[in-house]
Design a protein around this ligand. Sequence first.
Ligand code: FMN
Length: 379
Amino acid sequence: MPDLFSPYTLKGVTLRNRIAMSPMTMYRSVDGRMGDYHLMLLGSRAAGGFGLVFPEQIAITPDGRTGTCCAGLWDDAQVEGLARICALVKEMGAVPAIQLGHTGRKGSEQKPWEGKRQIAPDHPDGWQVRGPSALPYGGRYTYPVQELSIPEIHALHRAYADAARRALAAGFEWLEMHFAHGYLGASFFSPLANQRTDAYGGSLENRLRFHREAMDAVRAVWPERLPLTMRLGSDDFHPDGVQFDDAVWAVGELKRHGLDLADLSLGMNTDDLREPPFSQAAFMVERGSRVRRECGIPVAVSWNLGTPAIADRVIREELVDLVFLGRPALANPHWPVWAARELAQDDPFSLLPQDWSWWLHNRPGSENSHGWPAPAASR
Ligand SMILES: Cc1cc2nc3c(=O)[nH]c(=O)nc-3n(C[C@H](O)[C@H](O)[C@H](O)COP(=O)(O)O)c2cc1C
């Protein structure tokens, strides 16, 4: 029976444990490039014991960013910053993963702490947002949306492939396509955002065409030995939006197009959520487990999994294959070490670089002398 600290192999890649740092958008890039801030953020999580480490969503085109200070990979000049991160993450024993995406009608946004409102297209930090249909999201996303033409959709698929080629050159070993959270992939899948009458809209089959073609374009340049995964907006929590049954069908379809693992998250195609589950622990796990069973594909989920006993249980019970941690990874760069202590694993400090763990193993002191509380079981 696996536990949270069992190694995990997918295709030609082995993770040292089942704990991933989930992609989290930061607002610290200049011209889409990643710098020392990102090296610090991601290197420290790899040093803290995470098995898989994602930077934020990386935009395939400039208008695919959340804001002008977010990262991208539409230009060769953006490879170097990411290559530095890959090298450090690997040196610290983790596997570097990349999430490629496009924000669609939810782009051109202020930083969260500046209000998170959409910025006007004619403002120097704003742009004309694009989506499957000319339907604004509403709420704080107020500006008109331009409907993508079919040649523009094909150009986006080429942009996915070009970004994937650059990701490989940078040293990434795991590629996730971001089709969740109300961004472009999520909005093509959802009737709340997609009201096209051509081959990319209408039936469920048509609403998944964008994803199938994007995945085919990426799979053609991304080596078979490396995992290709996606984060899917699997439920809109709205009667007129994506229902979870749609997601189960979509995962089965995309598996035939080379999908190696499904990371299931929320649609977020509307703010009008009916009975949102945000306050429940581990609320995506049951859904993930259904996809794992019915589609016969490995599954990862995030959302409220920061309690070690819960994260361990969902792996032990083989409900999901990996746990993705967002906010817990921001709160504690050493979350895996802390969890290993809480779960009474042998030698939690072995997750740290040897330069640190040697001292923690070899210098006597009281239980708390190195600044960690004693594990819960012994308190
Ligand atoms: C600061 C921040 C930025 C995020 N940015 C992204 C992102 O770029 N891509 C994505 O798929 N999810 C993003 N998320 C969602 C997280 O990856 C994760 O799915 C979510 O926070 C739930 O996990 P948690 O309960 O462990 O935080 C972000 C979350 C936070 C807190």
